[in-house]
Design a protein around this ligand. Sequence first.
Ligand SMILES: [Zn+2]
Length: 67
Amino acid sequence: MEQNKIAINHLETGNQSKQHIELAIKALEKQIPKDVVRERAAIKTCPVCDSVVNKNYCQNCGQKLNY
Ligand SMILES: [Zn+2]
């Protein structure tokens, strides 16, 4: 039983590491500014998540923007 628990812990750690790497890559990609989507003069939206943005970064997903 104890060995099974250890094996499961190793599996979960492996998955978490992969997720952490993917999150880290996504976080790095968000450091590259992207142009905001200009639907109307007063409303600009995030190109990543379509949230309305009014700053040089997306408050929803953290994407940096060329606002
Ligand atoms: Zn966003």
